[in-house]
Design a protein around this ligand. Structure first.
Ligand code: LLP
Length: 429
């Protein structure tokens, strides 16, 4: 993690900003993202594609991190947006992403969302079912518009990732069964209001090995050939996202290897290409700052609990996927304490509210601050206000400067939209 370094005086530094300075000013928990790191990662990914002779459209998966500043930084680098809801579509537009650089996937798009996509004239809708195809055709005709589409194919390939984030198996809800895809493409060509461009796929997330990608791309290449053999035009393959990062001890997914896999399987097809990276771009660029509320003794000689002021409502990934996020002390003095085994948890009233069991960390006392690493993707966006815990603040670092990019939510905001009917009556005095 070249953007993070430990300094004797300043402690942990992100790009050129000491994280303690941010925690002093903004408090904890606070999400911090590095803008220069993000730009550098985008350039590495785009560069790896170029080096392989590829110039795919790069649609950032907005679900990974939907902050307007993040979307705008990526848009300035040339990225478009992969959205999965009307809300994400509008967010991307609000960040200035042109509609012509937006693609829309999702298994359950509502009629309103599809109408919005038609009205905006986005690059393409990735249609995920035979049912959706008919509905979109009818909506396009009614709106007097043509919907550019791909069919999202389910290649039935095991991405070899956590079962909750795998999407390309025939037991998953995503995409169109491989065996039906060619017929459905022919149907799409016949239906009014649709302009079929080609195929999309996305087999899962946090993928670091290339074999599943190659298998999936090979399946789609076969489909393109089969469809062309029927005399139908195909001009686009959208390869989806999924490239993984190093969270614990994995080797980070390599953009060059991904480019190589795309080139090997799809390079001869004479199609335009697209990719939809989320985690690889933003994950490593972010940390979540937190403070030790309490170091509580373990029971019966077991490791102590380090109870942080961040919790599963902020960062849900460890609770939901048993995901590993590195934990580092912010202060250099804490970092050199003798190590011990601890259970790092949040204060939420759920046993699932845990960031790591039996972690080896320098001994940390009450008030010590830590950074949870690699939280730039699927962090803030998956937060909730469970236990009436306001949404944490967000900060953007860029080299040596930093700014709050989202205020900590005021606690009153949690009930501001509640409406209490008259007939409930007042609470007794
Ligand atoms: N394209 C499509 C159609 C997707 O469904 C996704 C992610 C992506 C692109 C981006 O995938 P990425 O490059 O970020 O792996 N919340 C989970 C991850 C869910 C991913 C869902 N789809 C997590 O925290 O691990």
């Amino acid at each position: 993690r070249p953007h993070l370094s430990m300094h004797a005086l300043d402690g942990l530094v992100l790009e050129d900003v000491p994280l303690n300075a941010i925690a002093d000013a903004v408090g904890t928990p606070t999400w911090v993202m590095g803008a220069a790191t993000l730009r550098a990662r985008y350039r590495r990914l785009a560069g790896a594609m170029r080096d392989a002779g590829l110039t795919p459209s790069i649609y950032f998966a907005v679900k990974a991190n939907d902050h307007l500043a993040i979307l705008q930084i990526l848009a300035a680098e040339g990225a478009g947006a992969d959205v999965v809801s009307g809300g994400e579509l509008r967010r991307a537009r609000a960040a200035g992403v042109p509609a012509s650089r937006i693609v829309f996937s999702g298994v359950g798009k509502t009629a309103d969302e599809l109408r919005l996509a038609l009205a905006e004239g986005i690059a393409h809708v990735a249609v995920e079912s035979a049912e959706e195809l008919e509905i979109l055709s009818a909506l396009a005709v009614a709106a007097g518009r043509t919907a550019r589409i791909t069919l999202r194919v389910n290649p039935d390939v095991d991405a070899g990732t956590h079962e909750k984030i795998t999407t390309g198996l025939s037991t998953n809800k995503f995409g169109i069964p491989y065996a039906h895809a060619a017929d459905l493409y022919a149907r799409a060509v016949d239906l009014p209001g649709l302009l079929p461009l080609g195929f999309s796929l996305h087999i899962g997330s946090q993928i670091v090995a290339m074999a599943p990608y190659r298998a999936a791309f090979a399946r789609v290449a076969g489909l393109v050939r089969a469809v062309r053999a029927r005399g139908l035009p195909v001009e686009l393959v959208d390869c989806g996202g999924g490239l993984g990062i190093c969270q614990r001890d994995e080797i980070e997914g390599s953009p060059a290897a991904l480019a190589g896999a795309i080139r090997a399987e799809l390079g001869e097809l004479d199609v335009r290409l697209a990719i939809e990276p989320g985690r690889w771009l933003v994950g490593p660029t972010g940390v979540l700052l937190s403070r030790v509320i309490l170091r509580k003794a373990g029971f019966d000689g077991r490791p102590p609990f380090l109870i942080l002021d961040a919790a599963m409502n902020d960062l849900m990934r460890p609770s939901l996927y048993d995901a590993w996020h590195g934990i580092l002390p912010l202060s250099a003095r804490d970092a050199v304490q003798p190590v011990e085994s601890v259970n790092v948890v949040g204060p939420v009233c759920e046993s699932a509210d845990s960031f790591g069991q039996g972690r080896t960390l320098p001994r940390l006392e009450d008030g010590a601050r830590v950074a949870l690493l690699d939280t730039g993707a699927y962090g803030m966006v998956m937060s909730s206000t469970y236990n009436a815990r306001p949404m944490a603040a967000q900060v953007l670092v860029d080299g040596g400067r930093w700014t709050i990019i989202r205020d900590r939510q005021p606690v009153e905001a949690l009930w501001a939209a509640d409406r209490v009917p008259d007939w409930v009556g007042p609470a007794p005095a």
